[in-house]
Design a protein around this ligand. Structure first.
Ligand code: PMM
Length: 266
């Protein structure tokens, strides 16, 4: 059955829910709500990857995520930590996280792959070409899904060389990361290229700009509810393409979409 990763962003500026869950207690409560709604994993992040967002010190990131991870993991909930920093990954696993979700696939912090290998956690390895301040300058592809798959293959090689067992690697083509507009659809259309690498595949389309851009010509403002509906649709389609898990803000909407898609499949 497809997993649903519920997003808990403890940041001041994440593009869709920034600032709402900065407080520890509120972040924990939000995580529990997402779990209740059907999240199979709670993905806890303390630093925004939004275009133009400020980098923060790993210490600040850890102050945000560690207490939330401790509390949620102590309740037996599978937790992942969304970070590019090796020290945060290590602290999070120490606090009970079972998965390190690194959108940079080990490129942002040279210590990351060794830290993950040492931790024993699973590793969600994202496709990435650079930090958000200039990632769109790197958004050049001839055939996006092929190139993304090729670059992921290189990162898998690096991860394996650092001692991360292939069975622990989850691949994410990094929707929105160094990919503009239609390039994201090219990657989704070519998901078979990513699946062919033979790992579990995670997809994160939730509330992203390319969905809003697709809906904008239809006139009405693209508010959060419309982005959530679009996300639920992409989640259901991703399942048809064999994706192992989807990462979303609105777990209930995606859960419903997946239930309906499953009923169709019979
Ligand atoms: N996207 C964001 C953050 N973390 N992690 C994975 N594995 N895949 C993604 O697509 C991804 C991610 C950016 O979105 P957010 O600011 O709403 O969390």
């Amino acid at each position: 059955m497809t997993g649903i990763w519920g997003i808990v962003n403890i940041t001041t500026d994440s593009f869709s829910d920034g600032g709402r869950y900065i407080d520890t207690e509120r972040a924990i409560a939000h995580g529990l709500e997402l779990r209740e709604a059907g999240a199979t994993v709670l993905d806890i992040g303390g630093e925004s990857t939004r275009p133009g967002s400020e980098r923060i010190a790993p210490e600040v990131e850890q102050q945000r995520v560690v207490p939330v991870i401790q509390e949620l993991a102590s309740r037996g909930i599978p937790v992942s930590v969304d970070t590019f920093n090796a020290s945060t990954a290590a602290a999070a696993v120490q606090a009970g996280a079972r998965i390190v979700n690194d959108v940079s696939g080990g490129l942002a912090d040279p210590e990351m792959l060794a830290a993950v290998a040492e931790s024993g956690a699973d590793y969600a390895l994202g496709h990435w070409r650079g930090h958000s301040d200039d990632m769109y300058a790197r958004a050049e592809y001839r055939r996006a899904s092929r190139e993304v798959a090729g670059e992921l293959r290189e990162r898998i090689g690096e991860a394996a060389a650092a001692g991360i067992a292939p069975s622990r690697i989850i691949l994410d083509p990094g929707i929105g990361f160094a990919k503009a507009g239609a390039q994201n659809w090219d990657v989704l259309r070519g998901l078979a290229d990513i699946s062919a690498l033979g790992h579990r595949v995670l997809i994160g389309t939730s509330r992203k700009r390319f969905l809003a851009e697709t809906l904008e010509p239809q006139g009405d403002p693209v508010d959060e509810a419309r982005r959530d509906l679009a996300t639920a649709v992409t989640s259901a389609l991703a399942v048809r393409h064999g994706v192992w898990a989807v990462r979303v803000h609105n777990v209930a909407a995606t859960r419903d979409a997946l239930s309906i898609a499953r009923a169709w499949e019979g």
